[in-house]
Design a protein around this ligand. Structure first.
Ligand SMILES: [Fe+2]
Ligand SMILES: [Fe+2]
Length: 215
């Protein structure tokens, strides 16, 4: 036969390509698609959660003001702004991954300020200890750096919110009759603090000029 010698390497290449598609391509591709879908779902769940937390904290702030806890009202407003920043950050990543951010805003369940603080601590603690850590594990598996960053920013801020709410709850009696108080919120990561005793944001390392005051 006069079969050219290049046929064999070409056939071999075809064979390898076929193996890649059948043996690795399809299952690998499906796994990657499923994994990406999972973080996209997680981002949407987080977007929904942050959007609802924003609405809930604004309602809690109104209630705290009505009950004479001006300082607690400020804290709720500052945290609400932070949740709004988290929601916007999540939305940016959702869009980058080809998704559409969707939130189903529920009417906030407003009770007394003491109960509202307790509910807020519960929500923040869940996000800090369970939700964001699980979402981070998945995003790291997929190597989705933008998702890792937005989840990390939110997780850090929720930890700070839980600390601030816990302190407010412990001190609630003394806060009756208090006036509005300034808090500072990082517009990049949502970090929330009563004192700007740093030059760079301790969470995202941007300059402190990125902070806004909320009271
Ligand atoms: Fe929060
Ligand atoms: Fe920051």
């Amino acid at each position: 036969m006069t079969t050219p010698r290049f046929i064999r390497p070409a056939a071999l290449a075809l064979f390898v390509a076929a193996i890649a598609v059948v043996g690795f391509g399809l299952p690998g591709g499906e796994a990657a698609a499923a994994a990406t879908g999972k973080t996209l779902d997680n981002l949407n769940a987080a977007f929904n959660g942050e959007s609802n937390a924003h609405a809930r904290y604004l309602a809690f702030a109104t209630k705290a003001g009505e009950e004479g806890y001006g300082e607690v009202a400020s804290l709720f407003r500052a945290a609400a702004r932070a949740e709004e920043i988290h929601a916007a950050n999540h939305a940016t990543v959702i869009k980058k991954l080809g998704g559409v951010p969707k939130a189903d805003i529920q009417a906030p369940d407003v009770k007394s300020t003491k109960e509202n603080l307790e509910a807020a601590i519960k929500g923040e603690s869940y996000e800090r200890d369970t939700m964001y850590p699980e979402f981070l594990v998945q995003a790291r598996k997929e190597g989705l750096r933008d998702a890792i960053e937005t989840f990390n920013f939110a997780k850090s801020a929720e930890a700070e919110h839980a600390t601030l709410y816990t302190a407010a709850l412990a001190n609630l009696g003394a806060l009756k009759g208090s006036q509005a108080k300034p808090y500072f919120v990082c517009t990049v990561c949502g970090n929330t603090t009563p004192q700007m005793n740093f030059e760079k944001c301790p969470v995202c390392f941007n300059g402190k000029d990125k902070y806004i005051q909320v009271s």
